[in-house]
Design a protein. Sequence first.
Length: 180
Amino acid sequence: MGVEIEIISPGDARTFPKKGQTCVVHYTGMLQNGKKFDSSRDRNKPFKFKIGRQEVIKGWEEGIAQMSVGQRAKITCTPDMAYGVTGHPGVIPPNATLIFDVELLKLELSFFCGIGMNFYMEIAKLRAGRRLWATLIKEKFQPKLATVRPQAGPSLNRWGEDKHNNFDCGQVINEGGTHS
């Protein structure tokens, strides 16, 4: 029971579908007796679906996930991986094993590939963390503002220099009100 994959022609062996990506395929679906029941090739229009979103039968989810872009394969799906005991009335009989000739033409990439609400929660956490970090840096490392109270006296000239040309800023009063 399950999915069997037989490679007809290799793909790039590097680019495999990831959950949420749109797979673009050409396929022909047949019953075990060889009777064709569907084909995107006959319609001359590739079929698109998002992998991992249960838009296709389980056999395709599992089988196409193992294919690389450009690969063509024969995918055989047992009934439990296809339409099961009910089949698809008028097209696929109950308990049918299906055979697909599938070619993975390309993957359409999306920034939001495979993400959901978790993505937005992570962004919110990052923003909150960034704000917290900015606040901590500001409070911890930003220099404290100080007020300078000049000292007047006979030893200083009008520029605040003593007789040895040393500049005297006066007393520095910290924000807390203490002298340093």
